[in-house]
Design a protein around this ligand. Structure first.
Ligand code: ADP
Length: 309
């Protein structure tokens, strides 16, 4: 069993479905409401745990109602919460989401304790665990912590996978400590500094590879993912599935890729596996609820005659 450490955000998504968005000062009565556990860090941790990895989460929760619910949710999904700190200095992060009948959204995030995840949290996990196979990172916690976690993880010999979302400019020294970067196409262009300019995706990824990465895997939604690395370059097509909800597909993809690479799959096979995990997720509602278990992924691949193991 591979051991994965996820360092990142844990928050609650509160979604109100409305006929139309309110104007400033106006109250609009909603049609529906849903509360779902979210945060890219927590989504990736649940994804890795359901795929069978021994998964530890490093993050923070407030001493409040959502904090208790979210900790319970991680445990119920098989994620080890030993390094999820209860921080009384702030509140558990929330995302307030309005969705209108046309499917458009408006989102306000209050990061709360996510903004307080620090290098000492990373130290306590890595000092206790010693070695892990992979460390998964995203950008919903302070950049200083992401950079520090990448550096320490790399020194400890772990595979470092960074999902650079939501986009923020990254300090140059992060790249030296990251093995695999998993941007979508917009993020890849923004990180390469070629946003809005005429440049091919390959040119953008070459800029990123030169910074010290082993591979850039660009997710392309229904098209699949394009791998740029020394060993392999090419498009790995997505699986054709009846799509219901794509939220969290990118998180499912990054987590699956980290698990598969840790298990020793080649990058090409690992991307096929990650495409399968993300495709199954898109057929179901919910960023976390819709994540598949390992047996479901094996069955999905078997039915399509695809071998990755
Ligand atoms: P993000 O939401 O982070 O921008 P993408 O939209 O690129 O990420 O999706 C991540 C991955 O999810 C894709 O690389 C693909 O494997 C899978 N995926 C997304 N949309 C679809 C789809 N319509 N059909 C099949 N797979 C999909």
């Amino acid at each position: 069993m591979v051991r994965v450490l996820v360092v990142g955000s844990i928050h609650m998504d509160l979604v109100v479905v409305l006929d139309r968005f309110p104007e400033i000062g106006e109250t609009v009565i909603g049609r529906d409401f849903k509360m779902t556990p979210g945060g890219k860090g927590a989504n990736q941790a649940v994804a890795a745990a359901r795929l069978g990895a021994e998964t530890y989460m490093v993050g923070r929760l407030g001493r409040d109602f959502f904090g208790r619910v979210l900790r319970e949710n991680l445990k119920r999904n098989g994620v080890r919460d030993d390094f999820v700190v209860e921080d009384p200095e702030s509140y558990t992060g929330v995302a307030l989401i309005f969705v209108d009948v046309e499917g458009r959204n408006m989102i306000a995030v209050a990061p709360g304790t996510d903004a307080r995840v620090g290098p000492s949290d990373v130290d306590s996990a890595l000092d206790t665990l010693g070695s892990v196979d992979a460390v998964l990172l995203q950008l919903e916690i302070p950049l200083e912590t992401v950079t520090y976690a990448a550096k320490r993880a790399k020194e400890a010999g772990a595979l470092v996978v960074l999902n650079p979302a939501p986009f923020r400019p990254l300090p140059e020294d992060v790249y030296r400590h990251v093995d695999v970067l998993t941007p979508n196409e917009v993020e890849a262009r923004q990180l390469a500094g070629r946003f809005g300019e005429y440049a091919t995706l390959r040119e953008c990824c070459e800029v990123l590879l030169e910074k010290g990465l082993s591979a850039v895997v660009v997710t392309l939604g229904p098209k699949g993912a394009h791998v740029f690395s020394r060993d392999f370059e090419g498009l790995v097509p997505a699986f054709k599935v009846p799509v219901v909800d794509t939220t969290g597909a990118g998180d499912a993809f990054s987590a699956a890729l980290a698990v598969a690479l840790s298990e020793g799959m080649s990058i090409e096979k690992a991307v096929v596996f990650a495409n399968a995990v993300a495709a199954i997720k898109t057929t179901r509602l919910g960023a976390q609820e819709g994540l598949p278990y390992r047996e479901e992924v094996n069955k999905f691949l078997l039915e399509r005659g695809v071998k990755v193991g």
